[in-house]
Design a protein around this ligand. Structure first.
Ligand SMILES: Cc1cc2nc3c(=O)[nH]c(=O)nc-3n(C[C@H](O)[C@H](O)[C@H](O)COP(=O)(O)OP(=O)(O)OC[C@H]3O[C@@H](n4cnc5c(N)ncnc54)[C@H](O)[C@@H]3O)c2cc1C
Length: 492
């Protein structure tokens, strides 16, 4: 779809102009099944796919009139139920235009555009996003609603920091341009707001300049112990990204610490994780899903053999950026073969100031060992204090993001792991941290209320102003914070 000629003209005139285009609303319902990325939750809903702003407004008006619930979805790659609807699922896949402004170094993309296409388009202009999600497949609408992060977030902050403005429709049909200066309440709550306050139509991101030879140099160091996280991960150079991959050994932990920076290179020698996805990667990723021990063996291999310690590897910028595409491709292939491999992933932010990140990780390792489970991925990075995005896990908090993912757990082991995530949430809360809401959330709602209490109260106030009938959302926030039950309890 081409970008509407003058999107600015939609602002404030749309209400009076909008013809109630009911055709799309009265179409025969297309019922579709959607699952979370980890395949734990599946719902069926009616898909509506507007192709114009007027149609978006018509759907919202119909939903308001008939008391329907509209869940927005991008690529449905959320780990939990953030985009799983049970009534209407609205997809803006048709809003896939990408408009580059070379002078201003910005890109304005429709929310249906996929980040892989955005990157390919801006790269042709020697531009690149500052911070971009790790798979080509995620949509612009999905990532802004998650205020995403990447390897570079430790020095550049999260996605929201680089958003200049966005255009959205609120539940009553008004079209608003939101930025730090205009409708700032919506700017700070819709970024990372999981599609609960309005329908974003397009987003303008600020970009960095690159050349076609820009690559990423990475150096790894290895140790059979955790050591001091601040030494490994706190940035000392604004151009250098630092992150850590951990794996469990019989004696305790194996640590690989990475430092990466952009540079100009003609010759490429990548770390395996940052190679283009080819059939060998696809086979390896698929087998690692089938035999969990293999995923662990990959990290053991990496620790002992590749990448070599203190050797500089050079990866192309795009495969370095989209390093989870192998996983996405393997899962896509398995899905087509009707195979469902389950995955759960939770991220905890432990404040740097608490000095407790090492103790948190040690507790996590003890708990994994006691339960006989080994993570498929266990990584740590530093995240600076975010701008005041309402539901951001790093709002007013600089911390270490401890991320842990498990594949293929079933039955008793799965239940024990969920319980482990809940216990760790309580510990995280006691040490002043927060659970990141973008991945899975297994947590006692009371702990989440302590972590997000003030922000949650503001979100509820905004909901009353912009969506008082609660037309928008998937019920995800209501579930994890137990909002409906709390209301019932209050009424009782
Ligand atoms: C393989 C993989 C790699 C990932 N890598 C990263 C990473 O590097 N960094 C990171 O931060 N996260 C990462 N994630 C998590 C991912 O960023 C989020 O799950 C993201 O929200 C998914 O976007 P999506 O396009 O699939 O949208 P969906 O899952 O369909 O939707 C996500 C959320 O956006 C809302 N939404 C969608 N469209 C709109 C709209 N037009 N207006 C308002 N709200 C809307 C939905 O309601 C929902 O709450 C990864 C996930 C996977 C599966």
């Amino acid at each position: 779809m081409a970008r509407p000629a003058n999107t600015q003209s939609l602002v404030s005139t749309s209400l009076s102009n909008s013809k109630t285009n009911v055709e799309i609303v009265s179409q025969a319902p297309v019922m579709e099944e959607r699952s979370s990325y980890g395949f734990f939750q599946t719902t069926t809903s009616q898909t509506l796919a507007p192709t114009t702003v007027e149609e978006v407004i018509a759907i919202l008006k119909m939903a308001h009139r008939d008391g329907r619930k509209v869940t927005l979805c991008g690529s449905n790659m959320s780990l939990d139920t953030q985009s799983l609807g049970t009534d209407i699922s609205m997809t803006l896949a048709a809003f896939d235009y990408i408009d580059v402004d070379r002078e201003r170094k910005t890109v304005t993309a429709g929310v249906g555009a996929k980040w892989g296409d955005v990157v390919d388009t801006v790269r042709a202009h020697n531009l690149f996003p500052q911070v971009v999600i790790s798979t080509r497949k995620v949509s612009v609408g999905g990532s802004i609603s998650a205020n995403s992060l990447s390897r570079w977030a430790c020095v550049r902050g999260r996605e929201g920091t680089h958003v200049e403005s966005f255009l959205m429709v609120v539940a009553d049909g008004r079209v608003l341009r939101c930025s730090r200066e205009q409708h700032a309440d919506l700017f700070y709550s819709v970024i990372g707001g999981f599609g609960t306050l309005g329908v974003v139509l397009e987003v303008t991101h600020r970009l960095q300049t690159i050349s076609l030879d820009t690559c990423v140099e990475s150096v790894a160091t290895k140790e059979p112990r955790l050591g001091n996280l601040s030494e490994d991960l706190l940035p000392t150079d604004p151009e250098e990204a630092r992150y850590m991959i951990l794996s469990l050994s019989k004696k305790g932990l194996r640590k690989m610490s990475f430092r990466s920076r952009q540079g100009e290179h003609k010759k490429v020698k990548p770390i395996w994780l940052y190679k283009h996805v080819d059939w060998t990667r696809l086979v390896a990723e698929t087998l690692a899903h089938i035999w969990m021990w293999l995923a662990h063996a990959v990290w053991t291999f990496s620790y002992f053999f590749h990448p070599r310690e203190n050797k500089t590897y050079v990866s192309e910028l795009v495969p370095y950026t989209f390093f989870t595409d192998g996983n996405v491709a393997a899962r896509g292939m398995m899905k087509r073969m009707k195979m469902k491999f389950r995955m759960i992933e939770q991220t905890y932010i432990i404040p740097v100031a608490s000095g407790k990140a090492e103790a948190f990780i040690e507790r996590l390792v003890e708990m994994c060992k006691a339960r006989g489970v080994k993570p498929m991925l266990f990584d740590v990075m530093y995240l600076p204090e975010d701008e005041p995005f309402l539901l951001s896990s790093t709002r007013g908090l600089a911390g270490f993001a401890v991320n842990i993912a498990f594949e293929g757990l079933e039955g008793q082991k799965l239940e024990e792991t969920k319980e482990m995530f809940r216990i760790l949430t309580t510990l995280c809360k006691e040490w002043g941290g927060r659970v990141h809401l973008v991945k899975n959330v297994f947590a006692d709602p009371a702990d989440l209320h302590e972590m997000y209490g003030e922000s949650l109260a503001t979100w509820q106030e905004l909901k009353q102003v912009y969506d008082p009938q609660n037309t928008l959302g998937s019920g995800y926030l209501e579930r994890i914070f137990d909002l409906n039950k709390k209301e019932d309890t209050l009424q009782a």
